[in-house]
Design a protein around this ligand. Structure first.
Ligand SMILES: Nc1nc2c(c(=O)[nH]1)N[C@H]1C(S)=C(S)[C@@H](COP(=O)(O)OP(=O)(O)OC[C@H]3O[C@@H](n4cnc5c(N)ncnc54)[C@H](O)[C@@H]3O)O[C@H]1N2
Ligand code: MOO
Ligand SMILES: [Mg+2]
Length: 396
């Protein structure tokens, strides 16, 4: 059976091709940048006063002068003044342009002001202090925000500072989430004794929202023809279908056969892993289908380990290395398959991240996931996993 690494690699070889779109910077949080943001001017764009105080000519200070007549004020938002007399000073405000002939700033805290004169009370004044020199942070034309960056508050601040009211980001895919199964009723319905409320597609919708994707919700009964008709329509209207249930060995598990019938090329079915063994993945040149096993813990695992990384990569997000944690308790798992162990993660004072096992009672025990933050990926080729050993963990 296919290994986790091979299955993952196959999904990553069939990413969605998503166009770029231009959107207002106010809407861009959480989106992925497609065109680099560059500095339109130097950062800072002029020699900038960094502290409120007085501006002097250092030569006067060096020659022993400590008291300076104040001959004016340089405010932020004004063109630069000139210090006409090197033995005088100007009051200068943070964010203002450096006045001509001023080369040193002394904070108000380090002077006393009386009768229109400022007297320096500090001994070690350095030439050029408290001046944020032009272009010392970035130069005009420098790349500031890189392609593939997830736009957060700092990137938004930088983009607006260089005048980008619009940003080029990856367009979001159209995604349909489809639950299957005659036993399932919707959230606002009262289940009969042999029914349950469906939750998997709601879980997936919540997960996709973290990437800004507002997927639509659908439900299809266990009938081959109804499934085929509905899936054909949803395929035409979407880039990605994510199904839940109907992919295993039951007599009402029609999903793989119907997807094949609709011309979706199966890339794999079944992975050597627990939970989530029956995961099905297929593509056409334009569309992708993930058919996730119906057990709720399997759905969550497959979302974290395959679907979310698939979407991140399709959006062009520069991928972060997987996170690792150390096992807090020994674990034995004998089957020769990858075990995704639900864990609660804690951050220790010494800097370690510990993974506390919460095995739960199997892949239908999704209430267990309320206490778990992630799944720890325990490799297939061993059965004993010791305290302190580090393995990748997969969460939201
Ligand atoms: N003979 C075998 N039986 C099963 C195998 C196997 O290899 N051989 N695999 C098991 C594994 S592992 C899993 S996982 C499940 C996968 O089942 P399906 O994908 O076919 O899903 P269903 O049969 O439709 O449902 C399974 C289970 O999940 C519940 N479910 C389904 N959809 C939802 C939903 N939207 N929200 C909440 N719960 C849902 C459903 O009621 C069932 O209890 O198969 C094993 N069997
Ligand atoms: O993969 Mo199934 O996920 O064990 O229930
Ligand atoms: Mg089934």
């Amino acid at each position: 059976m296919l290994s986790v690494a091979d299955a993952f690699a196959i999904t990553q070889q069939h990413l969605l091709t998503l166009p770029a779109e231009s959107i207002p910077v106010t809407e861009a949080t959480g989106r992925v940048l497609r065109e680099a943001v560059r500095a339109d001017r130097d950062f800072p764009p002029f020699d900038r006063i960094a502290m409120d105080g007085i501006g002097i000519s250092f030569a006067a200070y060096a020659s022993g002068q400590r008291t300076f007549p104040i001959i004016g004020r340089q405010f932020a938002g004004q063109p630069p003044q000139t210090l006409p007399d090197p033995t005088a000073c100007l009051e200068v405000m943070t964010g203002a342009m450096l006045p001509l002939e001023v080369d040193t700033v002394i904070r108000y805290e380090d002077v006393t002001i009386a009768d229109g004169r400022a007297t320096i009370t500090l001994n070690d004044i350095e030439q050029g202090q408290h001046i944020h020199r032009r272009a010392t942070d970035r130069q005009a034309g420098d790349e500031l925000v890189r392609v593939g960056m997830l736009l957060g508050p700092s990137a938004i601040a930088v983009a607006t500072s260089v005048g980008q009211a619009m940003l080029s980001v990856t367009a979001l895919p159209r995604v349909a989430l489809i639950s299957t199964g005659d036993e399932l009723v919707d959230v606002d319905e009262a289940p009969l004794p042999y029914q349950i409320r469906r939750s998997n597609t709601y879980m997936l919708r919540a997960a996709l929202l973290s990437l800004g994707i507002k997927a639509t919700l659908h439900h299809i009964i266990d009938d081959e023809q109804v499934l085929a008709d509905n899936l054909a329509k949803l395929l035409a209207e979407n880039d990605l279908l994510i199904l839940s249930g109907g992919v295993s060995a039951g007599k009402a598990d029609f999903v793989p056969a119907v997807l094949a019938q609709l011309g979706i090329q199966k890339q794999f079915h079944q992975i050597a892993q627990r939970p989530g063994k029956p995961l099905w993945f297929g593509t056409t040149s334009q569309k992708t289908v993930f058919a996730l096993p119906g057990n709720p813990v399997s759905t969550v695992l497959c979302a974290y380990r395959y679907v979310m990384p698939y979407l991140r990569a399709s959006l062009g997000l520069v991928s972060a290395a997987p996170q690792y944690a150390q096992l807090a308790k020994p674990i034995t798992f004998r089957p020769d398959i990858t075990y995704f162990l639900p864990v609660r993660l804690t951050s220790e004072p010494d800097g370690r991240t510990l993974a506390h096992p919460l095995p739960g009672s199997g892949s239908a025990d999704f209430a267990n996931l309320l206490d778990a933050d992630a799944f720890m990926e325990l490799p297939a080729d061993r059965s004993e996993f010791g305290v302190g050993e580090a393995f990748p963990v997969w969460g939201k």
